[in-house]
Design a protein. Structure first.
Length: 507
């Protein structure tokens, strides 16, 4: 029996893969999406903090190895929609300055091979596709743009009062751009307290399943295989063309052939798959003539903070509505930027207990009832020694040492100072460090020069003409905003290029 053949095989169904499937749906091309996980069940446990955080109901039990040889469980969720099922759906455009070089005390964040104006039309489409709510002009660092497709999500009263106080203090708070479906409307998002880091029981959060895969599967040309892990990419004798994929589908190994392969398994797993597919012509792994596959891993430097107000109960349900970019650009006596501050979804006592097991549950509950949650986010810099590789037994090794820490500490100090000016009596800080792989990027950077990049500006590998990558691997720098919308926008740009070139049918 002949191996199954598809015009396009997409590996992964997250922000890159699910969006690509949606972009190619209804076209004259057969498309197969391979997802190693299953559909995430809609069940009451979706909104149970103890199940999601303490018992890790949906997280992988896969163990990776860190730079010291210690094994750890990464923040990875293998399911249709990937990690987007658990994101907070803060969907930012990169700032214009993020596309150019940015100088920090620890080094330089490099320029991208495209600029903001190049990507802007696809940012527009990405925001439409993922139902982004925001307010044009409220964020002074925001680049020139069309109005948001939907109005900003209003702050709840307690947070609105806090924003008014921030404004009085001269802080430029603005509404976070959020991907939510019909918030506060019948049948839409409930604006609940289990959104950020939880799957949505109502499918009212803009994730890559709800906005990508599910509508894509309404078209006859798109198919999805769940429980199907891509084990190896196959090439022709020349090594210049991928011919197919070796797949393990629920324990059964099989091969399928493809005209084009789109790799979108996440920055770590995409690099690992290329490294695990060596050939005679590619002994160091596919698309690796530069030696850069797996290198320059980035994941942002982030600190979770909870400000404690002993004489106030925080009644807020949906808290993740505030952004602060006062320190995103150079200023305040500094020649370099610090990063972003965002309000976060409400912490729960079960989450605090999962993160800090020694804290009694009663203390955790009291703290979160009186607390307001924030995130400080700083760009980490691409370092070739921060890398993905494989152990001798085939496990993923993630060697990652944080840099730019001085800048991040300055940002955290500014955030704590802000919270104290708002009346907080104490601020608890926590960094997840290496285990937090939620903003992973950079392992297959794109660029014009095959000697210094793995992908071209359309995310086609320099070495292999029919292999594309549309997850956050392509980032040459991480900026200091959530990467999701940029992945989606670039995926839409790559899809248009693919349709105009490789998938164009003769008249």
């Amino acid at each position: 029996m002949a191996d199954p053949h598809f015009d396009v095989v997409i590996i992964g169904s997250g922000a890159g893969g699910g969006t690509m499937a949606r972009a190619l749906s209804g076209r004259d091309a057969s498309v197969l999406v391979l997802e190693r996980g299953e559909w995430l069940p809609q069940e009451k446990e979706n909104w149970d903090p103890a199940e999601v955080w303490r018992h890790r109901r949906y997280r992988t039990d896969e163990r990776w190895v860190d730079r010291k040889g210690h094994s750890f469980v990464p923040f990875m969720n293998y399911t249709v929609g990937g990690n987007t099922k658990f994101w907070g759906a803060a969907l930012f455009r990169l700032r214009e300055s993020d596309f150019g070089p940015v100088q920090y005390p620890d080094g330089t964040s490099p320029a991208w091979p495209i600029d903001y104006e190049t990507l802007a039309p696809w940012y527009d489409r990405a925001e439409e596709l993922y139902h982004v709510h925001g307010q044009k002009g409220a964020d002074p660092t925001e680049p020139d743009r069309k109005p948001y497709p939907h109005l900003a999500v209003p702050h709840e009263p307690f947070i609105a009062q806090m924003v008014d106080r921030l404004t009085d203090l001269g802080v430029g708070a603005f509404p976070l751009p959020l991907g939510l479906i019909n918030p506060a409307e019948p049948g839409g998002c409930l604006l609940c307290d289990t959104c950020n880091s939880f799957p949505c029981l109502l499918r009212a959060k803009s994730d890559a399943d709800t906005c990508g895969m599910t509508p894509a599967l309404e078209s006859d040309n798109v198919a999805l295989w769940t429980g199907a892990r891509a084990e190896r990419l196959l090439t022709d004798a020349s090594g210049r063309c991928v011919t197919g994929v070796q797949v393990n589908r629920r324990g059964e190994r099989m091969r399928l052939t493809a005209g084009t392969v789109v790799l979108a398994a996440g920055a770590v797993n995409s690099a690992a798959l290329l490294l695990d597919s060596p050939t005679h012509g590619h002994p160091g792994g596919l698309a690796n003539s530069s030696g850069l596959v797996g290198r320059h891993y980035m994941a942002h430097i982030s600190t979770m903070m909870e400000a404690f107000y002993p004489f106030q109960i925080n009644p807020t349900s949906f808290q993740k509505t505030v952004g602060i970019h006062d320190f995103y650009l150079p200023g305040h006596g500094r020649s370099y930027p610090l990063g972003a501050i965002q309000s976060q979804g409400r912490a729960h006592a079960a989450i605090v207990k999962a993160v800090m097991p020694g804290v009694p549950m009663w203390a955790a509950d009291a703290w979160v009832r009186h607390g307001v949650d924030w995130l400080a986010l700083t760009e980490d810099l691409p370092d070739p020694e921060n890398r993905v590789s494989l152990t001798t037994d085939g496990r993923i090794s993630l060697s990652y040492r944080h840099n730019n820490l001085q800048v991040h500490r300055e940002l955290v100090r500014e955030a704590v100072r802000m919270m104290r000016r708002l009346g907080s009596s104490g601020v608890v800080r926590h960094r997840f460090k290496n285990a937090n792989t939620t903003h992973q990027c950079g392992t297959l950077r794109f660029g014009e020069d095959p000697r210094t990049s793995v992908l071209d500006p359309y995310c086609r590998t320099h070495d292999i003409e029919n292999l594309f990558v549309t997850d956050s691997s392509f980032f040459p720098s991480s900026a200091a905003v959530n990467p999701g919308l940029t992945v989606i926008a670039q995926t839409l740009r790559v899809a248009d290029h693919l349709l105009a070139t490789d998938l164009e049918r003769p008249a």
